[in-house]
Design a protein around this ligand. Structure first.
Ligand code: HSE
Length: 332
């Protein structure tokens, strides 16, 4: 377990008060932000997953209930990303004496491109850390969350777990060693997210990407990443928008998403700053400079999909700067 890494602009916390049970929400995320494959991501206000975790008399980590997954997630502790990352955490802090029971309530579809496994894993890690009085900072939980991603989809990328855990917009400047940078969130930035009911497993969507890229494409891509980051620092909404171009991954993955280019055309016509695939898809997202415009984009894109006979979920959200949080008064 890699535990030494740097972060910039992210606060730590510790309260040291143990609890018997906690109820935690962790947010969905949009990874890649179009041009930043595996290095950029941000957190949404909704949807998100919930974990209820209780100390138990019996030893070990036990999944006692999962809802909202249509029976698709493993119940066996070593195979489920939530329980497996909780087990790694307990080993790391030398508290394998603690027994816990976990309920996972999924509130977003699996394979949606909204960081579904990341939100569950982050909720579980935030819950166990809170239960034990926050012995680790949020930043220190990150390597365990990355391990969870590896278990979920075969690759330990951090562009969903980092923003879900830390909130806001994050840059993974490097993976070895892990170097995570919190980026500024421009105040007028809103997101429209649409999830068409098509299953695109991240594992499959990663396997289809080319392993090598042409230098001329790399130049376009890193120009856009730098432009997007510069736009976030200066709240230059038009620079943000014109930097949201992906010449490396999107052309391949767009094939898996019905109506992708028509959705983009309609979103841009409806006032989007930029538009692209959320994570590995099939969800798509747009940035807009107001909540009204983001709402309009969501309804235009969803109406188009409905006209094509494709059901969808739509969301309108600001950027969630809080990350996971304890839900008070709803313990069961
Ligand atoms: N960066 C990852 C990918 C995110 O695009 O495969 C998966 O949600």
């Amino acid at each position: 377990m890699e535990s030494i890494y740097t972060t910039t602009g992210i606060k730590a916390e510790a309260d040291r008060i143990e609890k018997d049970s906690v109820h935690v929400f962790a947010p969905a995320t949009v990874a890649n932000m179009v041009c930043g494959f595996d290095v950029l991501g941000f957190a949404l206000n909704e949807p998100g997953d919930e974990v209820i975790m209780c100390k138990a008399d019996r030893q070990g980590v036990h999944i006692v209930n999962i809802t909202g997954d249509d029976g698709r997630l493993p119940r066996e502790a070593a195979k489920n990303t939530v329980s497996a990352s909780v087990m790694s955490f307990l080993q790391y802090i030398d508290r394998t004496d603690v027994g816990v029971e976990i309920e996972l309530h999924k509130q977003m579809p699996i394979g949606s491109g909204l960081g579904s496994s990341a939100a569950s894993t982050v909720a579980g890690l935030f819950a166990i850390n809170t239960l034990l009085g926050s012995p680790l900072s949020r930043q220190e939980l990150l390597p365990f969350a990355i391990q969870g991603e590896e278990l979920a989809c075969g690759h330990g990328h951090a562009d969903n777990v980092a923003p879900s855990l830390l909130g806001g917009i994050t840059l993974i400047r490097g993976y070895d060693p892990l170097d995570v940078v919190a980026l500024p969130v421009p105040s007028e930035l809103y997101t429209s997210v649409v999830f068409p009911y098509v299953d695109v497993p991240t594992r499959d969507a990663r396997q289809m990407i080319r392993a090598k890229v042409a230098l001329k494409d790399a130049v376009i891509q890193w120009g856009n990443i730098a432009g997007l980051v510069a736009g976030l620092f200066t709240s230059d909404y038009h620079l943000i928008g014109r930097s949201m171009q992906d010449v490396l991954i999107e052309p391949t993955r767009a094939i898996l998403i019905p109506e992708f280019y028509e959705m983009r055309r309609l979103a841009m016509e409806a006032g989007a700053l930029g538009f692209g695939i959320s994570g590995s898809g099939p969800s798509v997202f747009a940035f807009a400079q107001s909540k009204d415009i983001a709402t309009h984009i969501t309804s235009v894109v969803q109406a188009h999909l409905a006209g094509q006979g494709i059901d969808s979920n739509g969301y309108v959200s600001g950027i969630n700067t809080e990350g996971p949080k304890e839900i008070q008064g709803r313990e069961e």
